[in-house]
Design a protein around this ligand. Sequence first.
Ligand code: ADP
Length: 421
Amino acid sequence: MGVPIVGESGVLGNLYLTNKSGKKEFDEHDQTVVEAFAQYAATALENDRLRMEAEEERGRIRAMIESSASAVIVADARDGRVVLSNSETTRIMGRPLQAGESRDEYERTVVYRKPDGSVYDTSELPLQQALRDGTVSRGVEVIFNLPDGREIPTLVNAAPVYGEDGEISAAIAIFEDITALQEVERVKAEFLSMVSHDLKGPLSGIKSMASALLLEHGPRDIETILEYLASIDEEADRMTELVGNLVDMSRIEANAMPMDPEICHLADITEESIRRFNRSRLGGQQRINVDVPLELPEVYADYDQIGRVITNLLSNASKYSSQGTEISIKSYLHEDNGANIITDVKDSGIGIPDDEIDKIFDKFYRVTTQRGRGRPGSGLGLAICRSIIEAHEGRIWVESKPGEGSTFHFSIPASVVSVGI
Ligand code: ADP
């Protein structure tokens, strides 16, 4: 005898009975019993399927929360214990939060601060407010002060989770590490103050000297007039350099600085760069030794842009060295395979502290923590050099010893086929 096992989703299987004891035939009563049995089996199988589906759904949600770029904590409304957290929470808190961990445990290890520096009462934290009375919080700034000394600014959103009975069963807090965002804000603010300061200085110099020349009782002897004009010229150069750097930087950011490569020789580029440098306000303060042999292979490069890199490195070498010291510039084939030409610009100036070496090629970065750093500049020169060299498939780096000097190196391929930013 056979009876189908029918669940809500259709036939789940069949139940067969064979060989009734005593070799009797199956009767109607047997049929009723087996049908009832099949119904029980259908309910059990259906329940199992639903349980597995719910388990799968929970697994999917867990995986989604785990891979979220934001930190997530879910806490139980009954006692505030952690139900779930993810790896970003582990990264921010510096340790994994265990499921079942009590409020006291996860709140005690961290000091939560407001942006003004004052400490949050833990009951004021968005997660606890959501657990307590269902308050929904959006974009609350909470700074985590961790036991290892780290300070992590975050933006927190929190909301309650309601159960079927309409009561709060849990709460979820989602928080975002905004360190990088704050860094961008800091760089932006620094940039604005740098630009306004660096433009205002030369501009007010130009204005006051031009006004003095125009005044009736202003300087009349030719020597003083020439001196004033030279200063005006110098200040205007400074402004032109800054504005030029800003324009280039924004072009580089917009991927819009075209390279115009040609077959040329580094000896020619270097000679012209030194001439240009010598005519600038920094020129002539140090002796420049040049060693760029004509025997070197030619390069396929943007003549003007590589020239700018060399002039920039020479300007820095001069700016950060004393008068009367020496600067050397030298090009040679890379000993590895001869496919690259390396150029060194070496000075014996103030050098660069070890912990600053990695940062000086970043835009707007200026070393401010060392004596003798009071030179004007925008912190853009080396960022532009790096972009130009990288567009030539080359590399730029520096070796330096504070108090002894720095050597900037850049490499470009001896034969570059295609160049472009
Ligand atoms: P700027 O010179 O306009 O500040 P740069 O991008 O050219 O900007 O240089 C970034 C920083 O690197 C400078 O502020 C300076 O502190 C440091 N630096 C660059 N070249 C040298 C050098 N030859 N010797 C010492 N420090 C240097």
